[in-house]
Design a protein around this ligand. Structure first.
Ligand code: GBH
Length: 448
């Protein structure tokens, strides 16, 4: 029989941390302020036709100027943590060399503002806004970019050595590699699968270098990578294809980080595999790289949006209801399966964080009453609680997103916030889901 939630509330363990997430390019605006250099997303947005409504990173949700008000907004909702990302081109405007102190100072104010309000900072170092000069030198196809990331990460760890933060190194290396390098929907839109495979390896290497730098600096708090995971469901007779797709979508990132090896099934000519040049991929991996990538981290951050289905030919199937984001198949139980599957498959699994989970508004014009989002959050949190009840060590949860914001190629036409933003005035209004989520934070439980 299908699992059903209990009649009463589902509690989370004492000390569980409740928050919401954003990323720099999606909310900050002020893209030339205080010495910020250009990023690949500034370049991409300037190319006609890339962004549905022609939006750019300016002003987005204007958080570079409105950060203090947004911190107060979160306090008002009873949030205990804020996951934001640091814009690399604010810290190192050319991607290498000189550090821009004004950029560091901005995030110092934000972090101190969080601490003053009793909130926990979760700081992502890379959420897709690569400094353009590094892209000009090959971007993530170039091994040197991992070195540059390690240097930038060390700058941040030094500057925030005193802070008990949750550091997340790279946000969704899969998306950058497969949508930005192999594909063309995201910057830098190379459309080259071999470039995508290089971007996989070099981002993971960058993650490992950052973990090493964190240990060398002796930073407080914890560190890990943020991976978007997707349970794969097989049509009858499609078990091999489903295993391949799981390797390509999930284990290609999990196994090197947690086990120090790449899954051989990820790349090949078969259904569900990445049809890339396996020998070329192997040639990227130098002696010692997998040891660096698997440097033990403190947390694994999971971003969960939905599930995938596949048939024996490798065709993707729509097995679950689509969200207003066409790519998203809503399947709350898949979150439970993902969490317990991680615990079962990886013996040295560190504590887990859900660093993103959410759904867009049904109405692209925006809405305050958002019953579908409330239902999405409720059912996913019930599945998270179910996994915790079975022994999964889950410590933190972040809704995506705190605010309506710049949704990449969808521009401002797809709204993911639990808080509505009127982009004409930048006025913030909590949606029904935010008011409900405030109850969750206060009770440390999902109400029945
Ligand atoms: C997250 O990625 C991101 O971390 C976050 O920044 C983003 O706002 C959020 O999702 C909502 O989208 O353009 O048709 O090629 C989730 C995984 C992978 C989903 C890339 C969208 C692009 C689809 N994303 N995918 S398409």
């Amino acid at each position: 029989a299908a699992w059903a939630p209990p009649a009463g509330a589902m509690s989370f363990p004492d000390g569980f941390v409740w928050g919401a997430a954003t990323s720099a390019f999606q909310v900050e605006g002020s893209t030339t302020a205080d010495g910020r250099g250009p990023s690949i997303w500034d370049t991409f947005c300037a190319q006609p036709g890339r962004i549905d409504d022609g939006a750019t990173g300016n002003p987005a949700a204007d958080q570079y100027l409105r950060w203090e008000q947004d911190l107060d907004l979160m306090v008002g909702l009873g949030l205990q943590a804020y996951r934001f990302s640091v814009s690399w081109p604010r810290i190192v405007p050319t991607g290498s060399g000189e550090v821009n102190q004004k950029g560091v100072d901005h995030y110092r104010r934000v972090v101190d503002g969080l601490l003053d309000r009793g909130m926990h900072p979760a700081i992502t170092l890379y959420h897709w806004d690569l400094p353009q000069p590094l892209q000009d030198a090959g971007g993530w196809t170039a091994r040197e970019t991992a070195d540059r990331f390690g240097e930038y990460a060390a700058v941040m760890f030094e500057a925030f050595r005193d802070v008990d933060a949750t550091w997340l190194t790279i946000n969704e290396p899969k998306t950058t590699a497969m949508v930005g390098y192999a594909g063309t929907e995201h910057a830098p839109a190379l459309g080259d699968l071999d470039a995508g495979m290089a971007a996989v390896h070099h981002q993971l290497l960058a993650h490992g270098r950052a973990v090493q730098a964190f240990r060398e600096v002796g930073g407080r708090g914890s560190i890990g990578i943020a991976l978007n995971l997707m349970p794969v469901y097989a049509a009858p007779g499609a078990e091999t294809a489903a295993g391949n797709l799981d390797a390509a979508e999930n284990r290609l990132y999990l196994d090197p980080v947690l086990l120090g090896e790449y899954p051989p099934e990820a790349v090949g000519p078969g259904p569900g595999q990445l049809h890339a040049d396996a020998a070329a991929f192997e040639a990227l991996v130098q002696d010692g790289d997998l040891e660096v990538i698997s440097t033990p981290a403190d947390v694994l951050a999971v971003q969960y949006y939905g599930a995938a289905g596949i048939d024996s030919t490798g065709a993707w199937l729509q097995l679950f209801p689509p969200s207003p984001a066409g790519w998203q198949q809503v399947h709350a139980e898949g979150l439970y399966e993902t969490l317990v599957g991680l615990a079962a498959d990886y013996p040295d699994l560190p504590p887990l964080v859900i660093s993103e989970n959410g759904i867009p508004d049904a109405d692209p014009q925006g809405q305050i009453e958002d019953p579908a989002r409330l239902d999405f959050l409720r059912t996913h949190l019930q599945q998270a609680a179910r996994a915790v009840g079975e022994g999964v060590d889950l410590r933190q949860y972040y809704a995506w997103s705190l605010l309506d914001n710049f949704e990449w190629a969808r521009g401002m036409t797809q709204r993911w916030g639990i808080v509505h933003v009127d982009f004409a005035t930048q006025e913030r209004t909590p949606k029904a889901s935010a008011r409900w989520y405030a109850e969750v934070c206060a009770a440390n439980a999902v109400p029945s």
